[in-house]
Design a binder for this molecule. Sequence first.
Ligand code: ASP
Ligand code: MG
Length: 420
Amino acid sequence: MQVYKFGGASVKDAAHIQNVVRIVQNANTPLLVVVSAIGKTTDQLVKITDSYFHQEGDPFELLLTLKQQHVDLLEELFPPSHPVYDEVANTFVEIEWILEEDPQDEYDYLYDQIVSIGELLSSKIVEAVAQLNNLSTRWIDARDFILTDNTHREGIVDWQRTEEKMRKDLPSILDTSIVFTQGFIGSTTENFTTTLGREGSDYSAAIFAASLQADSVTIWKDVPGVLNADPKWFDHTELIPELSYTDAIELTYYGATVIHPKTIKPLQNKKITLNVRSFINPDKLGTQIKTTNQQLRVPSFIFKVNQVFISIQPRDFSFIVEDNLSHIFNMFHRHRIKINMMHNSAISFEVSIDDTGENVWELLAQLEKRYKVAVATGLELITIRYYNQQTIDRVLVNKEIIRELKDSYTCQMLVKNRDE
Ligand code: ASP
Ligand code: MG
């Protein structure tokens, strides 16, 4: 059995959806297909949630735009009387019901109820197009299978219950039909919708695959596979045809955005191959991530811009001790801030984090109550896996190093532009 995952860019318009269905048509079965929300739908749904929750602007107007985009798409794909029009309209009604009441629930809960609609819509539309093309299909609600705790926006998967449910119900359906389902969403024991974190559809694909012991997962992307650097920053990039799980985990941990970081570990545990392939060139093999002793031939580069560097010292200049560190980590956790790089010395603890706005400033205000805090913004974090001096020199042109960490494989440098 195989799992295919199609992201938002692969289903962004009618032609792209037809292309996805062609790829599915050519696939071996049994096959389970995980679909993300169409194009930028998730961002639009987040804006609707914000507008409603903060009572700013008109959430109905934003919703109307999104609805019209979906209707325009349906008109390109289906004859006028097709049942999918009603299904899509009914799915949007779920949001209208929420917007009609005054906001009372917590933001994260509301977010999940509204933002999850994007994947429900896209999976229904893609499945209906596959059916029009005479494929034997079945739509399932991922919330019946991916079971989480009630951490909204970052649901933690209950692997045991998830696996039990999937193994009980899905194999017989997969015997006769291509199964279409949603990425990104799950549900609590009380049947409230949760989401798995932004870009979490890759992770959903891994959860289905690991639970059902699939042979492989294929993530279809708009890039040829995993590259050694982001083409946004580099003129010359190389496709990595084969990658070990360990290297893939390290690269995504340091911020390579090609695969969601949570995706690889469950697949590694079950020895399931992860393919990253191009939906633009579906004949090409892309990258295979699997058990291999092959180390990366080429150095890989990961750039993270907009970094905030924070240096934290006890006010009385005493040493940083375990008690301080545990308190500091706890505060980062509470503000949902992920540390990209950390370094400690006797009297200070230093980190680099993404500049995510409000929650960073809240965190800093809290830290300042107990520590002496110094902050620098607008920095870049450069990570090189399998580095050598030449690669380091290459990325440091016109940059000044603020902190540098090296182990035998990985070099991380926090830098700022010299001319600033
Ligand atoms: N649609 C969700 C997002 O944009 C999940 C995903 O694309 O993987 O974050
Ligand atoms: Mg997306």
